[in-house]
Ligand binder design. Sequence first.
Ligand SMILES: Nc1nc2c(ncn2[C@@H]2O[C@H](COP(=O)(O)OP(=O)(O)O)[C@@H](O)[C@H]2O)c(=O)[nH]1
Ligand SMILES: [Mg+2]
Length: 212
Amino acid sequence: MSYAYLFKYIIIGDTGVGKSCLLLQFTDKRFQPVHDLTIGVEFGARMINIDSKQIKLQIWDTAGQESFRSITRSYYRGAAGALLVYDITRRETFNHLASWLEDARQHANPNMTIMLIGNKSDLTHRRAVTTEEGEQFAKEHGLIFLETSARTAHNVEDAFINTAREIYRKIQDGVFDVSNESYGIKVGYGAGASGQPVAKVGEEPKKTGGCC
Ligand SMILES: Nc1nc2c(ncn2[C@@H]2O[C@H](COP(=O)(O)OP(=O)(O)O)[C@@H](O)[C@H]2O)c(=O)[nH]1
Ligand SMILES: [Mg+2]
């Protein structure tokens, strides 16, 4: 299926916070209580619509364990968006956010959009991190924030779609050189009848050589 843009996302955060479940809920609209541990990196894709444009999200789901951190790092570079996930019932996953952000800042492009997600919002009786703490952390670090439940699907669509809206807004504002795929954005064909690339917005002259 044709698209106006393709955005690459990466999902990061500690093991067990629900990264794979969030991806499955978004791509397949189902919750799988027992999910195999993600080994290395897996990916899913789904088409969404923003501003009457078809946008394909290509989402890379990473393993949270320290032993896979170096593999994960190599995926930051080509990502336009990141979902940084913690588990509202496990405070240590919230405490580790700073180290995940440090990794992202070091390895990703500086304009990558980061959505902070407090997952497992259905487990209210086991909550260990308040919504206000999540909001505060997001505000301090310039992130967008939502609490989600991969189990009930609460806010899962919004988490992925709001991130895409923000990336789309940055394209409109000319923040990215969209001809440079290392930003995690690909301009597609087909939304227009003319067969021309749909987006010319924010395009800059093509860079030669080097990266990023
Ligand atoms: N109650 C509840 N459990 C969840 C939710 N998301 C994930 N889980 C559970 O948390 C565990 C870890 O999920 P998984 O997606 O494998 O975590 P990952 O290691 O971050 O990919 C699994 O047992 C899931 O069933 C959620 O929103 N609510
Ligand atoms: Mg996983």
